[in-house]
Design a binder for this molecule. Structure first.
Ligand SMILES: Cc1cc2nc3c(=O)[nH]c(=O)nc-3n(C[C@H](O)[C@H](O)[C@H](O)COP(=O)(O)OP(=O)(O)OC[C@H]3O[C@@H](n4cnc5c(N)ncnc54)[C@H](O)[C@@H]3O)c2cc1C
Length: 518
């Protein structure tokens, strides 16, 4: 046979096989898409949910309640309904309590043995000071925060959400988002019986926390691990001032004690390197005893060591930061730690999240159909701008405050650290202004800049005293440079324009910080 003929035949066969494969793969995709679309339509006909929420932590539960109150049918899928045991979200700032009350969820802080907090007790190099949340601001709520076991609070939120007839709270692990032409239509999940199943809704909200797997396909932001928080509980003890968060400016970073229930004190400290002493072979316990405990003031040391002596479980949690970006895909919204994180030292994650939920639920309320992708996109743009006064102020403050707290041998950096302690000790409007910012009682970026600027200036003043020498002037210039280097990346990440927009600030204050409480 002619070789050329054989070659032509083989080529034709190859083309045929390729075309057949492509045709069948496309056909299968089309069938799958039609099947998903049919399932989605069927689910809608049967009165399926308007919204799916992935995760019933602080955010998912609060959002489910807010949306269901507005008449939406909500399907919440949570992988573990047991009370979470963790070392995060244990302090609610006064601003967070205001948001909670505006959402009608203030009673979730009751019956969990939550403890009142009126401010911070700060320790540095043998000195101490107390800084309280101010009472004479325009803040329309009781100016105190609450300490509590986070898991108890989460359980209360879940109970409250599922008490509404239009909320279906189901145990299940969401595996993936179901998409059609770049629009999210629902989720696949494994239910509590271990079956793989699906749920469809016009809108899906991803609220699966700081370890979110789902967010990766939705936005480009990367979470950066900044430090490691190590903590345990000292049981059956009470701090001398249980209404204060005890913050110790230590080396390499800070240590904290606070009363999470009438009998339990949370003890924790921060390490910066990922090479942590091992918990399992006891290295961590020895490290705490030998390196951290000696820096804890004597009057607190017994309480600090009690948990260790009694073999309390030591937990390690990563502190992360991640700027917020909107989802690239339609039909889906990302919220909570999956959306935005800041260093936890000023304990504000829940406050920002509750503020986000309040803004978002109010913006979504007038929409008849949550499946209207263009309208939801418009809502998301407004949401992104409106959240800035609270989120950008708190994020910038949290990240900068943390950087200042890190101990250093650099004289300029150390002067800034001391300047921060002196500022909070100074009393009057400086202390009350900074505490109003920390407490989320006055979320104004301009006020934040003012305080950061004055802290830097007074630190420079200290550096130059008693009289300026060339070396002191040099350190002062470096301090100024350090402050800018600390601040500018955070401002860039937040978007200076939106952060400083007077329209956003005014709209936020008027709509979300006003006196009316739901
Ligand atoms: C060390 C540390 C301390 C902190 N301390 C404070 C503080 O004192 N005050 C404060 O306001 N903020 C604090 N924060 C931040 C705060 O804890 C968070 O901002 C807040 O908990 C975020 O809530 P969330 O709903 O986004 O996530 P979470 O509350 O973590 O909830 C996520 C939920 O999603 C579920 N889930 C995850 N994946 C899936 C899945 N695939 N399918 C179904 N369900 C899923 C999880 O089980 C969980 O219930 C701290 C953070 C850290 C790291």
């Amino acid at each position: 046979m002619d070789m050329a003929f054989v070659e032509v035949c083989l080529r034709m066969l190859l083309v045929f096989v390729l075309s057949w494969t492509i045709f069948h793969v496309n056909n299968r995709k089309k069938k799958k898409a039609t099947k998903l679309a049919d399932l989605a339509t069927e689910e809608r006909k049967e009165g399926g949910p308007d919204v799916i929420i992935v995760g019933a932590g602080v955010g998912g539960s609060a959002l489910a309640y807010a949306l269901a109150k507005d008449g939406r049918r909500v399907h919440v899928i949570e992988r573990d309904m047991r009370e979470p045991v963790r070392m995060m979200g244990e302090f609610m700032q006064p601003g967070g309590r205001l948001m909670l009350s505006k959402l009608g969820l203030q009673d979730c802080l009751e019956e969990i043995d939550a403890q009142k907090s009126t401010g911070i007790r700060l320790f540095k190099d043998g000195k101490e000071t107390v800084a309280c949340f101010p009472v004479d601001t325009n803040f329309p709520y009781e100016p105190s925060g609450r300490f509590f076991h986070n898991g108890r609070f989460v359980q209360r939120l879940r109970q409250k959400a599922s008490s509404l007839p239009n909320v279906r709270l189901e145990e299940g692990t969401v595996r993936s988002l179901i998409e059609e032409k770049g629009v999210v239509k629902g989720v696949t999940y494994k239910n509590s019986s271990g079956e793989e199943t699906t749920s469809f809704a016009p809108l899906t909200v991803v609220c699966d926390g700081c370890h979110s797997n789902l967010r990766r396909s939705l936005n480009d932001n990367n979470a950066e691990v900044t430090a490691y928080e190590i903590g345990y509980i000292s049981r059956n003890c009470r701090l001398e001032q249980p209404d204060k968060l005890h913050l110790i400016m230590a080396k390499p970073s800070f240590a904290m004690l606070y009363q999470v229930s009438s009998t339990d004190v949370r003890c924790n400290f921060e390490l910066l390197s990922k090479n942590l002493p091992s918990v399992s072979n006891g290295e961590m316990t020895s490290f705490v005893r030998n390196s951290i405990a000696p820096q804890v003031p004597l009057k607190l040391r017994k309480t600090f060591l009690k948990g260790l002596d009694e073999g309390s479980h030591i937990k390690i949690t990563q502190a992360k930061r991640m700027p917020a970006t909107l989802s690239r895909k339609k039909g889906v919204i990302v919220l909570g730690d999956a959306f935005n994180m800041r260093h936890p030292v000023i304990a504000s994650g829940m406050m920002v999240l509750l503020s986000d939920i309040l803004i978002l639920s109010r913006l979504l309320k007038p929409l008849g159909n949550l499946g209207d992708e263009n309208k939801v996109s418009e809502v998301m743009k407004s949401f992104y701008a409106l959240r800035k006064p609270m989120s950008a102020t708190v994020n910038t403050l949290g990240n900068s405050f943390w950087q200042v707290l890190i101990a250093s041998t650099d004289e300029a950096k150390e002067a800034m650290r001391q300047g921060c302690f002196d500022y909070l000790s100074s009393g009057g409007f400086r202390t009350s202004g900074l505490m109003a910012l920390i407490g989320g009682m006055n979320p104004r970026p301009l006020s934040l800049f003012y305080h950061l600027f004055v802290i830097s200036l007074s630190s420079i003043g200290q550096l130059l005293s008693p009289f300026p020498t060339p070396l002191r002037v040099w350190h002062s210039l470096r301090l100024l440079d350090l402050s800018l280097k600390m601040l500018v990346p955070h401002l860039k990440a937040e978007g200076i324009g939106q952060m400083l927009s007077p329209t956003n600030a005014a709209a936020y204050r008027k709509s979300y910080m006003a006196a009316t409480v739901v």
